[in-house]
Design a binder for this molecule. Structure first.
Ligand SMILES: Nc1ncnc2c1ncn2[C@@H]1O[C@H](COP(=O)(O)OP(=O)(O)OP(=O)(O)O)[C@@H](O)[C@H]1O
Ligand SMILES: [Mg+2]
Length: 263
């Protein structure tokens, strides 16, 4: 049986979602002249204040999708809306922070100065920038390391600086592209706790990309599973489990197995 949704209800649901992607397709030109279709008819709704994972194999278009949400890339077809309004009609990008796959810290700047960097494009006076950067480093539990340079920090600490740099602007939306994939398992688990603690405090909408099924299940409220290229959304799975989620518990393992079977 087809369920016909009332258009007003569809609009209301779209408005209640922080981010909606409608029929997004993207292709790239290639040397042989044949366009390479990377994303095809992607529809997604990310509820406001939720943690949303995009899970898929290498090369399926996850980073491309995140770049489209962030406004770095234009889709060839389809639309991105924030709170029901097309992103390009207003400065949606202003309240977005993007944590890239590499930490991209500036080696010649201290941890504090790296965090302050996010605020330098605006007109914020220096003392306030300073105070906010201090606060952001405290938030990621790096007080005492303000003056350290990136080469003096461990991988996990560098990740924390990168996270602080993303948080210092108080983003409404935090995008993360496999931000912890280079860390060892134990440090990655610590960063997961860190992200969940900060989300609990700040309630920003988080969209992150991963190919790590366990990471998706431990962190996310919903997981969109993508097919190999051209990337399409196979299924969106809601993870109806209390946090913290110990990956060795049977309830958590069941989700992990289910998602593995879907990829
Ligand atoms: N600017 C570009 N020009 C041409 N092809 C591109 C471009 N950007 C991405 N691609 C191609 O699009 C496909 C998807 O790339 P994308 O980086 O989105 O994948 P991904 O899912 O993030 O992979 P990974 O998990 O390895 O990071 C790849 O085949 C890639 O070669
Ligand atoms: Mg990628």
């Amino acid at each position: 049986m087809n369920v016909v949704l009332d258009p007003a209800r569809v609009r209301a649901e779209a408005a209640a979602s922080a981010i909606t992607l409608t029929d997004i397709s993207k292709w790239f030109d290639t040397a042989d002249g044949e366009p390479l279709t990377v994303l095809k008819n992607v529809d997604l709704a990310v509820p406001a204040h939720s943690v949303f994972a995009i899970l898929g194999a290498s090369g399926c278009g996850k980073s491309t999708l995140l770049n489209i949400i962030s406004g770095i890339l234009e889709p060839d077809r389809g639309q991105v809306c924030f709170n029901g309004t097309p992103a390009r009609d207003f400065n949606a990008w202003r309240s977005i922070s993007y944590m890239f796959q590499e930490d991209r810290l500036l080696p010649w700047r201290s941890a504090l100065a790296n965090v302050e960097f996010s605020l330098e494009a605006g007109s914020m006076p220096r003392p306030e920038r300073h105070a906010r950067a201090h606060e952001a480093l405290r938030l990621v539990e790096l007080d005492g390391f303000e003056d350290a340079f990136p080469y003096q920090l461990s991988g996990g600490m560098r990740s924390r600086v990168a996270l602080a740099r993303s948080l210092v602007t108080e983003p409404g939306t935090l995008l993360m592209d496999e931000p912890f994939s280079r860390l060892d398992a134990q440090t990655r688990a610590q960063m997961h706790e860190e992200v969940l603690r900060i989300h609990e405090l700040k309630h920003m909408t988080i969209v992150f990309v991963t190919h790590d099924v366990e990471e998706a299940v431990v962190l996310a409220d919903r997981v969109a599973v993508m097919s190999p290229r051209p990337g399409q959304v196979r299924e969106v799975v809601a993870i109806a489990l209390e946090r913290p989620r110990d990956p060795t518990l049977p309830a958590v393992t069941r989700y992990i197995q289910r998602l593995r079977a879907l990829i």
